[in-house]
Design a protein around this ligand. Sequence first.
Ligand code: NAP
Length: 314
Amino acid sequence: MKAAQIKKYGGSEVVEINKNAPKPTVSRGHLLVEVNAAGVNPVDWKIREGYMQQMAPLQFPATLGGDFSGVVAEVGEGVSGFKKGDEVYGHASILVGGSGSFAEFVSADIKVTARKPENITHVEAGALPLTGVSAWQALVDHIGLSRGKKILIHGGAGGIGTIAIQLARHLGAYVATTASAKDLQHVKELGADEAIDYRNQSFENMLHDYDAVYDTVGGETYVKSFRVLKRSGIIVSMVEQPNSELMEQYGVNAIGQFTQVSSERLSKLAELADKRVIKVHVDRTFPLEQAGEALAYLQNGHPRGKVVLKMKTS
Ligand SMILES: NC(=O)c1ccc[n+]([C@@H]2O[C@H](COP(=O)([O-])OP(=O)(O)OC[C@H]3O[C@@H](n4cnc5c(N)ncnc54)[C@H](OP(=O)(O)O)[C@@H]3O)[C@@H](O)[C@H]2O)c1
């Protein structure tokens, strides 16, 4: 089968298309899935560049990719509830015991797989797992966002941000968001009440007494975000560890999130996607053969929403 692999860490140039990669074998508790589409996430280029090598060194050649949507080709021992031909979606990165989704077939643990939302395409479903579960875990599980609460979501036009804005509005919150000037209209259409141009405006001087901040950006943006919160507010960051000095100074709670994709969270997201409460916004698709270009485009091209590899033409 074809797979986008690396044999060493590096930039886009290290991504190779192996036309003779072995089809993954299906171990206990796993499904073999024929992949229709695979969403591209920042963690995929971070893995390629070796950012995770201390935590989880790769064995080369390594197949890149985590998110997928496709059709069950084989069912492993001990699996119930799935059969050949079922449409499924999930996350099968090599970091979580999968075989990597930038390939024609992927082996996926059923704990991180669920039925694909019926009313959306494979390309949309393949774009949803990591970003959708990230937004769900932050807004529902950590923040407990509810009607009338005020939340600032950073990076509103990004993969996570686009889902987080829609989910926050669904939960009844008042939403402010930061984005590039070109994306301000788009984030308002997603449901943001206030859209702030992050290059030319200072969100920290514009917003006060917020209940929550969801930070998908980090760095200075994270530090300045504490000023926006009311006392006993909460900040959840996708990229920063909690800063105890700032927590104490502002009297707020801070969480550094490690997203855990699970079949339960995927099933809840699928319901929202089927009801069109959450729409997936795909900026651009690439064929599997251009996985290197797709990663470079996500890293440097400022896409609006998601970048997706499409393995099948239909
Ligand atoms: N901890 C975990 O378990 C976990 C899980 C998933 C993701 N993540 C991390 O979360 C981050 C976001 O993921 P993603 O999929 O949403 O990435 P993404 O699709 O690349 O989106 C990032 C967004 O942030 C915007 N942005 C950049 N600088 C900004 C600033 N200073 N202020 C406001 N917005 C800014 C970008 O806008 P422009 O392109 O217009 O500049 C882009 O729309 C990544 O670093 C990813 O690795 C962590």
